[in-house]
Design a protein around this ligand. Structure first.
Ligand code: FSX
Ligand code: SF4
Ligand code: F3S
Length: 387
């Protein structure tokens, strides 16, 4: 579709959405930002960054800003299953209010156990009435894996002792869109680690409705808010990869845009945490970085208002947005090295990573500084040849 046509379509959609009443009597986003000392200019800058993140042309920035202003038109029900609440914390616990966090405040959250006032019978009642009142219209966000063993009895919620399994299934039936927030609800999470005693599963495995996975342990606030904006802009589910992850956020490997990538290509590695190479910011592959196998946008978007992310902080990526990372990516501080790991492109990421490294090295004629790099490459090559 041509840009102009898409622009018009989104514009019309937002115009229609604006005619709907606010779900709650919230402050307007302009007042909310004003009260927190965030200028319109900062907001537009944020909207520009969001536009780029959603892979839209920069001329769409006013539409993204408008979509953010209209987040209070959508009722959201957020359920907690088996998890640590890190996903909610990712959005809510920053030292200063971020625009992403404020947008989340602005969203009409009809039910969210961590931040709502109600408890017990009242909370249950609120949930029931929100599901009834907004039948077919609410966005369902689920955080946490769903224990399915013993008919779901490993997780019961509320005064009636409803199982998480039946609640997740019921809430999914009448949702306009379903987002699985975090690795747990996307793929099962730590509680699904072998031997998975509670038989915890991904949300998509317990409902027949389409589920968009927004994994990460936790996912960044940007990916959560970005997915909500995407839905408001398009009124449709995004294009996804084979694991149900939106391509706009999970289309590239951590390794592809990593700030330490130059060191990887030059064969310059941290040998152990705290060594001289670590101080120089060398590549963390040999101390276990799983960036070459992991699809997410952390290296570009970072966390906490773009301040930092795991690799910048000095630890390798542990692959937290990949299915079964808890079982397949360990040990977290050792390279997978000699075992080839299947990526969705059907080729071991070690193989791909090493090929890129070698190709670049030979193309530029740079000498390989660390023999360890040669070791890794040889290891992978001989393994490939064996197969
Ligand atoms: Fe925690 Fe959310 Fe990990 Fe899981 O996140 S950060 S255990 S993804 O479900 O709270
Ligand atoms: Fe960055 Fe890790 Fe790749 Fe090294 S292996 S370049 S630290 S993603
Ligand atoms: Fe997770 Fe790796 Fe990003 S551990 S937060 S996917 S850098």
């Amino acid at each position: 579709m041509e840009h102009a046509e898409l622009y018009q379509r989104i514009s019309d959609r937002l115009g229609n959405l604006a005619k709907f009443p606010q779900v709650k009597d919230n402050e307007s986003i302009t007042d909310l930002l004003d009260n927190k000392g965030i200028t319109r200019r900062d907001f537009m800058k944020w909207a520009g960054a969001m536009t780029a993140m959603l892979s839209l042309p920069s001329s769409f920035t006013p539409l993204v800003a408008k979509a953010a202003e209209l987040t209070d038109r959508l009722p959201v029900i957020w359920l907690h299953m088996a998890e640590c609440t890190g996903c909610s914390e990712s959005l809510l616990r920053t030292d200063a209010p971020t625009i992403d966090g404020l947008i989340f405040d602005h969203i009409s959250l009809e039910y969210h156990e961590t931040i709502m006032v109600a408890c017990g019978w009242q909370a249950e009642h609120n949930l029931e009435s929100a599901m009834e009142k907004y039948k077919g219209k609410y966005i369902l966000m689920v955080e946490g894996g769903i224990p399915t063993g013993d008919n779901g009895n490993f997780l019961t919620l509320g005064a009636h002792g409803t199982t998480g399994l039946s609640l997740a299934q019921k809430a999914s039936q009448d949702a306009a869109a379903i987002f699985a927030i975090g690795a747990c609800s996307s793929f099962g999470g730590i509680q699904a680690a072998a031997p998975n005693p509670t038989n915890a599963k991904a949300l998509s495995k317990v409902t027949n409705k389409p589920v968009i996975n927004v994994p990460g342990c936790p996912p960044s606030e940007k990916n959560i808010v970005g997915q909500v904006l995407h839905f408001i802009l398009f009124g449709a589910l995004p294009s996804v990869d084979p694991y149900g992850r939106p391509k706009w956020a999970y289309g590239h490997r951590i390794h592809d845009l990593c700030e330490r990538r130059g060191h990887f290509d030059a064969g310059e590695f941290v040998e152990q945490f705290g060594d001289e190479n670590a101080k120089k910011g060398y590549c963390l592959y040999k101390v276990g970085c799983k960036g070459p196998y992991t699809f997410n946008n952390c290296s570009r978007e970072r966390f906490n208002q773009h301040t930092s992310w795991p690799i910048q902080a000095g630890h390798g990526c542990i692959g937290c947005s990949e299915p079964s990372f808890w079982d397949t990516m360990g040990p977290f501080e050792e390279p997978l090295g000699d075992r080839l790991y299947q990526t969705i492109f059907g080729e071991g990421a070690d193989k791909t990573a090493d090929k890129i490294g070698v190709a670049l090295l030979s193309a530029t004629g740079v000498a390989i500084a660390a023999h360890a790099a040669i070791g890794i490459i040889k290891k992978a090559t001989s393994k490939n040849e064996e197969e």
